[in-house]
Ligand binder design. Sequence first.
Ligand code: ATP
Ligand code: MG
Length: 183
Amino acid sequence: MRLKSIKLAGFKSFVDPTTVNFPSNMCAVVGPNGCGKSNVIDAVRWVMGESSAKNLRGESMTDVIFNGSVNRQPVGQASIELVFDNHDGGVGGEYASYAEISIRRSVSREGQSEYFLNGTKCRRRDITDIFLGTGLGPRSYAIIEQGMISRLIESKPEELRIFIEEAAGISKYKERRKETESR
Ligand code: ATP
Ligand code: MG
């Protein structure tokens, strides 16, 4: 599974619809301070269901919506779409046969979030479910940010275990068990 492109609209500094393509296995996003590099990473985490505004460097969840600049009025909604190449069946289960997987999230100023999987409206859980055990997800180890290495080194054994279980692909089974037990 490989991230092919990110489509941003009304998200943070990306007010106009913008597509960022990742044409090969190794890509770098470069640019001057404040140009929006970290906003691209925030977008990835947001689509995958991040529900903490603080982890997105904002105070409230609607802070991800473009809030205006000297020349532009604020907009009413933000939307992000991630397109994954899934030729290798990295996203398994019922989606294993899909060559491409698209996930989209939008939010309005009223704070209403909507999620879409390959164009069909779905729940947040449907999105987080398909990435369980792949290393991807709002807080997974696929995204290593500033300060994360030291956080890992300093983390308590039970926190470290969560990372190891995700890497070993156990987390999705634990999640299912929790679900079954709660029924
Ligand atoms: P650095 O190299 O310093 O890490 P960067 O390229 O990572 O910079 P970002 O942090 O991604 O930069 O982008 C910061 C910019 O995004 C700031 O100019 C900020 O005003 C803008 N920004 C963040 N949220 C919003 C928003 N809701 N509406 C409009 N602009 C926003
Ligand atoms: Mg940055």
